[in-house]
Ligand binder design. Structure first.
Ligand code: MN
Ligand code: MN
Length: 472
């Protein structure tokens, strides 16, 4: 059944709201190029919208009342928002969850080397990328360097007009015969994704004179100059890369796409578009919702939700335990009941139908740009392997909530059967026995350096997430 085109339903005032939301999202996406930056920006927005730090509240031990708004920053890479509801938390929480890590190139722990007059930084890609898409692009360097004394230097190089950028080279077509015979996945090997960072050698003055400066060819003089500039400008040394997390991402801000400005071209829509829609939805809540509302922005989804900041870690469960304690609902049984009785939208992007690659999709069950928030009853690959296959009863409830709130939605599978597949955080939260379903924004060129979304789908997602936390 073909779903309605959301664009057709908008009044002039609503169209203005769609545009204004697009502007706010572009601002967030342009500032949040790493999970840490996304958390930082989310904390700022949460505080502006009246959310208080849960950690301080835990220390004070003061009881929580209905309608209170709280956020919890987990290791600077995840954030959770809560609005305390009227009902007991034991009766369940309405949860919306997205991830804020995106595919990128991580700088290795021993990254620097020099070869034939060029200095390089070696990288290790993060998440599912097509390596050939990451060459010959202006790239920026974001991240943190933590020294042994615990001091943290934040890096953000390549976003300001006056900043330099970095780049990975490719072979010219004239000499690309060997490469042209390779498959697309072999054309650029992962180990070839090394960033060019310098060409000029460090000059060493000859003893006793300043006149006959000569490049120091005894060692890697180009690498030496790069290190000298890093030390001068950012105050750290080669050894400090051992305890750094530096992410190489496409440089530049998100832009409107198309004459009609109906779409946004940007890095990291997966899954920051759903993360931002969740934040906007949470910020519309006034007073106490019926059930407690929770928003999770998590890290590490792109590599399997692993580690202390991935959804498989128990930070959300821990946060719920703390909140229930401050709400006078103690005990393991109450916590188990609260989690099992919860309902969740796992908010992650879906593959948008791409007319240029129509063969990868089954059109009746594909998500189209501009037709609203997309529900995926299941994801996975082959015979739904690795999927959270939501219950029909829960899907029916979601349909009723969406229709009740006049939310434009569509349903989809991730491409044709046996074409490939993928997963989200849905199956992890379902481990508590709660109802979970995937829902999100359709994206073109997912996991590419620049991805495409429709502003209408972002708008409908905010409406969908708001309705869900209020009515589920
Ligand atoms: Mn995703
Ligand atoms: Mn992804």
């Amino acid at each position: 059944m073909e779903r309605e085109i959301a664009w057709k339903s908008y009044s002039p005032e609503e169209l203005e709201n769609v545009t204004a939301l697009g502007e706010r999202y572009k601002d967030y996406l342009g500032k949040g190029k790493t999970e840490r930056e996304c958390v930082k920006e989310a904390v700022k927005l949460a505080e502006e919208n009246g959310y208080k730090d849960l950690e301080a509240r835990i220390r004070s031990g003061k009881a929580l009342k209905s309608g209170e708004k709280l956020y919890l920053n987990h290791m600077g890479k995840c954030i959770m928002l809560f609005v305390i509801g009227k009902q007991k938390i034991e009766n369940g929480i309405n949860i919306i969850g997205a991830h804020i890590d995106s595919p990128r190139l991580d700088v290795k722990q021993n990254p620097l080397y020099e070869s034939d007059g060029l200095a390089y930084m070696d990288t290790h890609y993060y998440g599912g990328i097509k390596s050939f898409q990451w060459v010959t692009l202006p790239l920026a360097m974001h991240g943190v360097v933590v020294k042994k004394d615990g001091s943290v230097t934040e890096l953000n190089i390549g976003e300001d007009e006056s900043d330099p950028v970095f780049c990975i080279s490719d072979i010219l077509p004239h000499l690309g015969q060997d490469q042209a015979r390779k498959t697309v996945s072999e054309a650029i090997d992962g180990e070839q994704l090394d960033l060019i960072i310098g060409n000029q050698p460090l000059m060493q003055a000859k003893k006793g004179t300043k006149k006959n400066d000569k490049p120091d060819t005894e060692r890697d003089a180009v690498k030496a100059l790069a290190l000298k500039l890093i030390k001068e400008k950012y105050g750290f040394e080669e050894e400090d890369f051992l305890s750094a997390e530096i992410e190489i991402v496409p440089a530049g801000k998100p832009r409107d796409l198309g004459f009609d400005r109906s779409m946004i071209l940007g890095y990291g829509h997966d899954d920051r578009v759903c993360a931002y829609a969740q934040l906007e939805a949470m910020f519309t809540l006034t007073g106490a919702p019926d059930k407690t509302a929770a928003c999770i922005l998590t890290d590490k989804e792109e590599i399997g939700s692993v580690g202390a900041t991935g959804m498989r870690a128990r930070f959300f469960e821990n946060a719920v335990a703390e909140i229930m304690h401050l709400h006078g609902e103690d005990g393991e049984l109450a916590l188990r009941r609260a989690l099992a009785a919860s309902s969740m939208l796992s908010c992650d992007v879906s593959a948008g139908f791409d007319p240029a690659f129509a063969g990868a999709f089954e059109k009746k069950n594909a998500a189209f740009l501009g037709r609203g928030v997309c529900f995926n009853k299941f994801t996975g690959s082959r015979g739904k392997s690795g999927s959270n296959d939501a219950n029909a009863e829960f899907m029916a409830k979601c349909r009723a909530i969406m229709d009740g709130g006049n939310v434009k939605f569509q349903t989809a599978e991730l491409g044709k059967v046996n074409q490939g597949g993928g997963g989200t955080i849905a199956y992890i939260c379902a481990l508590y026995g709660m109802n979970v379903i995937d829902s999100g924004v359709a994206v073109l060129s997912m996991h590419a350096p620049f991805e495409i979304i429709s502003k209408a789908d972002l708008y409908e997602s905010v409406k969908a997430y708001r309705e869900f936390v209020l009515k589920a």
